[in-house]
Design a protein around this ligand. Sequence first.
Ligand code: FAD
Length: 475
Amino acid sequence: MNAPAHLAHVAPEIAPRPVPQALLDALAARFGAQCSTAMAVRTQHGRDESSYTDVPPPAAVVFAESTQDVADAVKLAAEHAVPVIPYGVGSSLEGHLLAVQGGISIDVSRMNRVLSVNADDLTVTVQPGVTRKQLNDEIKSTGLFFPIDPGADASIGGMTATRASGTNAVRYGTMRENVLALEVVTAGGEAIRTGTRAKKSSAGYDLTRLIVGSEGTLGVVTEITLRLYPLPEAVSAAICSFPSIEAAVRTVIQTIQLGVPIARVELIDANTVRMVNAHSKLGLREEPMLLMEFHGSPAGVKEQAETVQEIAAEHGGNAFEWATTPEERTRLWTARHNAYFAAIQSRPGCRAISTDTCVPISRLADCLLDSVAEADASGIPYFLVGHVGDGNFHFGYLIDPEDPAERAKAEELNHTLVARAIALEGTCTGEHGVGLHKMGFLLDEAGAGAVDMMRTIKRALDPKNIMNPGKIFSL
Ligand SMILES: Cc1cc2nc3c(=O)[nH]c(=O)nc-3n(C[C@H](O)[C@H](O)[C@H](O)COP(=O)(O)OP(=O)(O)OC[C@H]3O[C@@H](n4cnc5c(N)ncnc54)[C@H](O)[C@@H]3O)c2cc1C
């Protein structure tokens, strides 16, 4: 099969392998109604929230209900050297789920039990299909919470596989810091365990961290042990508008450099505020804005907020507008989380090409401001949001997917931005992962030697190259 033009940069990966009828028969015999070959189900599992289209879906979808189900499905696929693509809720953004080499999808959304909460140790063990909102609902009565918050209600398995983070990472870290232990079904269909519930360990290679961020290319995660945190005694949220993006960014840089333990600090540009206002009926001032949250004791929260207000005022920021009740806070953060969908709705029929660069905090202004000027000059509608306390921000270029010229222009903007971030000692992806879209950039960022080491690991752990093949790097 020829790669569609918009996938030309990963053309060698687009090579569907035959899925023998014998495998489909064996899956039907083992899984019965838990296995579907209906086109609608396959299509849904062969795409994600990226702008990619036109790739054939997986040949079948297995709805796993246990680790044994996952192990049996992987073993059957391995016998036929057929690819296996783990599936959480499909909210990834970089073409992670496309069945570029054919194969079967293993959907783990039915493995959605919270297995044990150890409140005394601040840990929880879950199945991979538990979503982040479900987890926080189920543990509410313990006085603990799980802070990692990608905008979407993603699965914990998917978040583990993409090394996700989100708005709270500036204070609580990412999945890298918050996954303690895993159960993983390997490419050979064996379930292994990595890590323990202990806070630290020096026991051998850190396989947990190898699997976190491996995007389904090394195994299927079937159990995850996570760190939890006490719900903060006091929480307050505020918004502050600025005369320019630069003023907002300088406020953030100074806040982080002073060591203020702010829990969330999100940049939203004026375009996005307009889109969010239209979508969520908010009436926010249509200027660049920081949306912030402070956690701690009442006195601690007050002190943090006062420090940030002083810094903001130095940069021309307006007075803080406070969201005082939990309902108001939820409304603000829901609007922030809906920014992506607000943007998509602002241009009917469009798809977003998302960027995800992340740079050291001192380089944030250098990286961001030139990119804003380039995006403005391009004429392509865009939104800009960012977990700027981490140095991480996202442009979403809103392209007509049927217009190759627009797609090319957006990719060129993305390319220039990534090159800039890498030159500033940053990364092409702070949290979304590489998938298909950022494969070329990984080579630029990590270098040939490091990518070769990744290939060596992949070949050793997955000799038939069946685990989500054609993603992250080319073999
Ligand atoms: C509106 C919106 C906002 C977003 N904001 C953020 C954000 O702020 N921060 C952020 O990090 N991400 C963000 N994302 C991206 C996305 O939510 C994350 O990448 C998320 O971690 C994907 O989880 P999922 O359950 O949807 O995984 P899927 O999309 O189903 O899968 C993602 C990858 O993980 C693999 N995978 C899934 N489950 C398993 C498993 N059990 N074992 C092994 N591999 C597995 C898949 O094969 C695939 O490669 C956003 C997405 C949207 C649509």
